[in-house]
Design a binder for this molecule. Structure first.
Ligand code: 8OZ
Length: 369
């Protein structure tokens, strides 16, 4: 903790996000690790231990968890649609709650970022438009080009909206405090929002009003299912993740976030800049989103201790999410409080594998001992 002569930076103080009370404003970002049980995609004892270790975060946002088999884009990512998956997640949420932490499930449909080998009956992945993503997925055999998607029929969309709502209900059954809708990084919701991937000529494409129609239907169905105070959403307005682009992100996200603001959600989580890359990849006025949303604003991407303290102190953000730092430092909150050194990230163990590079990063006390 800070010495008694200095005031405690606001970053380390409690925050209420909708119906969820957080002990501090340091958020664990959603992080894909590909370590669910092979075959069932259910969380297991190793995953329980990983999340338990990180429970001092003000809020843990789970790794992306697919709402259906169609929504899966990578091997061994966890799901939240089968009884075994719900049961597996129960172990995770109980462990986090026993440590005094809070955790929401990131609910995820990848859209076009998938491979036929992961899809029901080896069918094509689905997308707003049949445009292949210039990106790779991760399969048992390693990194592989994604498959050509097919265009979704408008008649299929209510079924996908229902899958999101059911996933949110399942998350609550599994003991999660709420959900974060994955609207970022070039996956299905982002594909509808941005004109590089949405070239539809029906009510779900073309104008900005049309492109937000499916994303808002998802938000409304999820909020209706579990209550708006337990629903957040993550967006990445200018990130080129998974080969996505838009000709006027400020206009699209200004409009979308204004609509979200009227819905009284628990939080808005914004990847500022390129996901995991430069923050200044494109000019963008994030303060305009914050004003439009009005509720809790979680900033993410490339923060360190100093910039996170500054962001919350200045009021630019209510909380800051850390990704890589939380992978390598289970006790990140204690380290930031004490201004202690951080463990380095091992990039080779990010996706798939066992406890190595997952649950064996040392805590401060172990290092000192
Ligand atoms: C890295 C590897 C696979 C998926 C995202 C869910 O970017 C992901 C992801 C990240 O949001």
């Amino acid at each position: 903790m800070s010495s008694s002569t200095e005031p405690l930076p606001k970053l380390f103080t409690p925050l209420t996000a909708g119906d969820i009370a957080l002990a501090n404003r340091i958020i664990m970002a959603p992080l894909t690790r590909n370590r669910a049980t092979h075959g069932s995609d259910a969380p297991n004892a190793l995953n329980v231990e990983y999340y338990r270790q990180r429970a001092t975060a003000g809020l843990i946002i789970s790794e992306g968890t697919q709402i259906s088999q169609q929504g899966q884009g990578y091997i061994w990512t966890p799901g939240i649609y089968s009884p075994a998956q719900i049961e597996g997640w129960k172990g995770v949420t109980e462990a986090v709650h026993a440590e005094g932490g809070k955790i929401v499930a990131q609910i995820w449909h990848v859209g076009r970022v998938s491979h036929v080998s992961l899809q029901p009956d080896n069918r094509a992945p689905v997308a707003p438009s049949a445009i292949v993503a210039p990106t790779k997925t991760y399969l048992e055999s390693g990194f592989t080009a994604v498959s050509q998607p097919r265009e979704l029929a408008a008649e299929e969309l209510p079924g996908i909206v229902a899958d999101y709502a059911r996933a949110a209900e399942n998350a609550r059954k599994a003991g999660f405090d709420g959900v974060e809708i994955h609207g970022a990084n070039g996956y299905l919701i982002d594909q509808f929002l941005k004109d590089g991937t949405n070239q539809r000529e029906d009510a779900y494409g073309g104008s900005i009003e049309n492109r937000v129609r499916f994303p808002l239907a998802v938000v409304d169905a999820v909020a209706n299912a579990i209550g708006k105070g337990r629903v957040g959403i993550r967006i990445s307005p200018v990130s080129p993740a998974n080969g996505i682009s838009d000709t006027d992100p400020q206009a699209v996200f200004g409009h979308f976030v204004e609509k979200l603001g009227r819905r009284g959600l628990a939080f808005l989580h914004v990847v500022e800049g390129a996901t995991g890359g430069p923050r200044d990849i494109a000019p963008f006025d994030y303060a305009a989103l914050r004003r439009a949303f009005k509720g809790v604003y979680i900033a993410n991407n490339g923060f360190d201790r100093e910039s996170a303290i500054e962001a919350v102190e200045s009021g630019r953000a209510d909380a800051v999410a850390f990704g890589k730092a939380f992978i390598a430092n289970p006790d990140l909150v204690a380290r930031l409080e004490r201004n202690a050194p951080l463990n380095a990230l091992q990039a080779e163990t990010l996706y798939g594998g066992d406890a190595r590079g997952y649950t064996d990063y040392p805590f401060l006390t172990e290092k000192a001992a």
